[in-house]
Design a protein around this ligand. Structure first.
Ligand SMILES: [Zn+2]
Length: 221
């Protein structure tokens, strides 16, 4: 009974918030005076995350890793390494579902469960979120707002598609890039790892600093 009441209350609050238009949309780029971009890597932690950090640290760059619970369970040491090495950890759900197809309770479980898992291993909770498949609806955005987690999209490189070549990933990550851009990559992709040295070289050539998403958000104008 209590559960039902809570559910009805939740749906009323959800409806009210959506009508108010108070739910923030996902961020695609951060307006900033900083000459900086954020490289983001989804679906880890995984062994390639370590290689990615090595390449970034050669040029004093930092990245953001949107991690899933299922990858954390396989590679908890890599998660700890991402944290210890000063890169940012973002929430990417427990099981990588299409959130817009789930009930509010399941959406909440996917998001808050990941917050807890990262906290258990690093002592800190993520402050940013990216939905798998960038799949949002009003319930997802409302739950994120209540958890004070901004939704972060960005410039898509299509590196998740095996038919996207290394050259295309480089071009999408470095062509026409504006300050405050957020580049969406995947830490498991062999093509992405192969593209990364050239991506870093070309971004440096354009004088971009590589910062975390939270650093970009803090510099927002
Ligand atoms: Zn993903």
């Amino acid at each position: 009974m209590v559960r039902w009441c809570l559910l009805i209350l939740f749906k009323m609050v959800l409806a009210a918030t959506v009508v108010d238009g108070a739910v923030a949309s996902p961020v695609d780029r951060v307006p900033t005076a900083l000459r900086a971009v954020a490289l983001t890597f989804d679906d880890g932690p995984d062994p390639q995350s370590l290689r990615i950090m090595d390449l970034l640290e050669n040029i004093n760059g930092r990245a953001t890793f949107f991690v899933t619970g299922k990858s954390i369970e396989k590679h908890p040491d890599v998660l700890r390494a991402i944290f210890a090495r000063g890169h940012e950890i973002g929430n990417h759900t427990l099981s990588h579902p299409r959130l817009s197809q789930l009930s509010p309770e399941s959406i909440e479980h996917e998001i808050l469960g990941t917050q807890q898992l990262v906290k258990d291993l690093t002592g800190q909770v993520p402050v940013i979120f990216r939905a798998p498949f960038l799949s949002y609806n009003d319930s997802v955005l409302f739950i994120l707002q209540r958890a004070q987690l901004p939704a972060i999209n960005g410039t898509l490189t299509r590196d998740w598609d095996p038919s996207t070549s290394v050259e295309e990933i480089i071009a999408k990550s470095t062509g026409n890039i504006q300050p405050g851009a957020i580049i969406v990559l995947h830490s498991w992709s062999a093509n992405t790892l192969a593209a990364l040295p050239e991506i870093l070289r070309l971004l440096q050539e354009q004088d971009f600093r590589l910062v975390t998403v939270s650093e970009l958000l803090a510099s927002q104008e």
